[in-house]
Ligand binder design. Structure first.
Ligand code: 3HC
Length: 303
């Protein structure tokens, strides 16, 4: 028998999850839908604000399943089953019979609160609501809920398919049965669930952003990205910091920097140039190949 993770309630309290909802059909949401369909093997429905986004999200999942099949990581039967489990909708009504709905929408408190208010109008009484926020307060998100006890933080890392950790966030009013279900889900998803306090950016991003803050500060001071990148290569990081920034996405990185800066001050600087790049509509400094890999060009701009 495996040991219960630190702080996890008795697993006997966990409720079954037979249908999952994912709000948002962006890259994170698509990765979550794939993981739930593949590992939990239950129907998963993705929603977004328009049909084009929904189709893109479902298309992403199908494309990833095809890649797994081509690499012979799954059988043709499993590929077909997984694809058939994932559907999309522009209406949150599709979540009426879901037991667990996770949001992966834009990293802004007001947007998340709006999503949860809409969700509570359609989901069942005991449907668990989860947020994949990387840095916002889960407690603040629960504030206006009719059932704040049903909200839990469920924070995955990029790329979801391969990163083993899952931060499970308990807000002050999160119910034990909700938390127990979150830990059981983590196990079924083959992730290592750890219980973290509801503090800005939880644990991993606080540590990661101390490093990234120095990297982007060097960039702001005029060190070109490719120089900083090659200087850091011998340190044995699994991925270069700039590639990581590109993978996570500049707007997400900026939001995390801002959340940490407002919570902890100068320990977490906000990069002036990251901000400038986003204002100028530059989504990424790096080339993304059709297979999703990110390459840093030889002479990345220095500001
Ligand atoms: N999607 C799916 N699978 C992927 C992938 C992706 N984007 N990228 C890599 N993989 C898979 C590969 O297919 C390969 O699987 P296989 O062995 O079954 O073929 C496996 O991962 C290893 O890949 P590679 O051998 O090509 O490359 P690496 O050994 O360099 O590993 C990595 C890739 C695991 C992504 C590694 O570089 C790494 O750990 N990078 C750091 C990632 C990280 O720090 N993530 C946290 C970001 S912060 C965050 O997400 C928080 C958010 O809130 C902001």
């Amino acid at each position: 028998r495996s040991k219960r993770p630190a702080g996890a309630p008795d697993r006997k309290l966990a409720r079954p999850v037979t249908k999952v909802g994912v709000v948002g059909a962006g890259l994170m949401a698509g990765q979550l839908a794939l993981l739930f369909a593949r590992q939990l093997k239950v129907p998963v429905v993705l929603t977004d604000i328009d049909q084009a986004r929904v189709d893109k999200g479902v298309g992403y999942v199908h494309g990833e399943v095809d890649k797994l099949l081509a690499k012979k990581r799954i059988s043709a039967d499993a590929a077909n089953r997984t694809k058939a489990l994932v559907s999309g909708s522009v209406s949150k009504e599709a979540f009426a019979d879901a037991d667990f709905v996770i949001e992966a929408v834009f990293e802004e408190l007001g947007v998340k609160k709006q999503v949860f208010a809409e969700l509570e109008a359609v989901v069942s009484e005991d449907c668990i609501l989860a947020t994949n926020t990387s840095s916002l307060s889960v407690t603040a998100m629960a504030e206006d809920l009719q059932h704040p006890e049903r909200l839990v933080g469920f924070h995955f890392f990029n790329p979801v398919a391969v990163m083993p950790l899952l931060e499970i966030v308990r807000a002050p009013r999160t119910d034990d049965a909700v938390l127990a279900t979150a830990f059981e889900l983590a196990k079924t998803l083959k992730k290592t669930g750890v219980l973290v306090k509801d503090a800005a950016a939880f644990v991993v991003n606080r540590i990661l952003l101390r490093l990234m803050g120095e990297v982007t500060a060097a960039f702001d001071e005029g060190t070109p990205a490719d120089v900083a990148d090659s200087a850091l290569k011998p340190m044995g990081l699994p991925m270069s910091p700039f590639t990581l920034l590109a993978m996570v996405g500049l707007p997400v990185a900026q939001h995390v920097q801002e959340s940490l800066n407002s919570a902890f001050g100068d320990r977490f600087p906000v990069s002036a140039n990251l901000h400038k790049l986003i204002d100028n509509g530059v989504k990424g400094l790096w080339e993304t190949a059709p297979d999703g890999s990110v390459a840093i060009p030889d002479s990345t701009l220095s500001l």
